[in-house]
Design a binder for this molecule. Structure first.
Ligand SMILES: C[S@@+](CC[C@H](N)C(=O)[O-])C[C@H]1O[C@@H](n2cnc3c(N)ncnc32)[C@H](O)[C@@H]1O
Length: 242
């Protein structure tokens, strides 16, 4: 019998831990990618930056490498603790807080940049992203930049969505997943994930985002100079100025 772990993405992140670990080979590769993307698209004076959905800090450390003073926030206690440990071991100045994106004003700081790197958007409902963008406008300095690096899920669903998927991680463990629901009232789909070696299954809920939806929320929340760029495949950067 498999154990039901409910709707929870913790197991998904645990399976893909190497991807989010700044010290793994994959993590180091992703950090280089982020440094390149941030250097090319952020284009602002160095200063304080808020990295939303930072996980173990790859994107936050990329900002620090470029000379910014970053704060990373995430809702995972485990990821935030790991990010803090790495920062203290490597004597890095990035700060990390356990915090939801919709509560960013409680950090009582202002920033030159607010970033969402490595596709954190599937965790956000329409309402949560709208609120987070509105609050980002409030905490950004004039001419500050908001930057999203994300997957266009509409494009993905039309072109290469896999109803069934077999994934292998760095430890050669297998994770199977199956499409289960498309909910067009909330803009989300669900997949059923099975970890055969662990004897566990869980469901993941992913909110669907695409450039025009993000651009609409940015316009609605008074951002200007909104620009989206396709990085190849399904990956995009959308940038706007406060
Ligand atoms: C796809 S990962 C990206 C992590 C990181 N930026 C990177 O690329 O390595 C998304 C992260 O967003 C976090 N997250 C989910 N919902 C969040 C929320 N409402 N506020 C802040 N972080 C959130 C998750 O815990 C997860 O670590």
């Amino acid at each position: 019998m498999l154990r039901d772990k409910g709707i929870d993405m913790t197991l998904h992140y645990k399976f893909n831990e190497q991807t989010y670990d700044p010290q793994s080979l994959k993590g180091k590769y992703r950090m280089k990618q982020f440094v390149r993307i941030l250097a090319e698209y952020l284009g602002i004076k160095k200063g304080k930056a808020l990295d939303i959905g930072c996980a173990m800090g790859i994107s936050t450390f990329a900002l620090e490498q470029l000379g910014h003073k970053p704060i990373g926030i995430d809702t995972s206690k485990y990821f935030i603790q790991r990010a803090k440990d790495i920062a203290s071991r490597k004597k890095l100045s990035s700060k990390f807080y356990l915090k939801k994106a919709v509560d960013i004003e409680t950090l009582k700081q202002t920033y030159n940049a607010v970033t969402f790197m490595g596709n954190p958007l599937p965790h956000f409902t329409m309402d949560e992203l709208d609120t987070t963008i509105r609050k980002s406008w409030n905490v950004l300095n004039i001419e500050g930049v908001i930057l999203f690096h994300y997957m266009d899920w509409i494009d993905r669903l039309f072109s290469s969505y896999k109803r069934m998927l077999v994934e292998k991680n760095a430890e050669n463990e297998i994770m199977l997943s199956y499409h289960s629901t498309l909910d067009t009232e909330t803009g989300a789909f669900e997949r059923l994930f099975i970890l055969p070696e662990k004897g566990e299954f869980f469901r993941g809920r992913f909110y669907i985002w695409s450039p025009w939806l993000i651009e609409f929320l940015l316009q609605k929340n008074r951002f200007k100079k909104i620009e989206s760029t396709n990085l190849g495949g399904h990956m995009w950067v959308t940038k706007a100025i406060r």
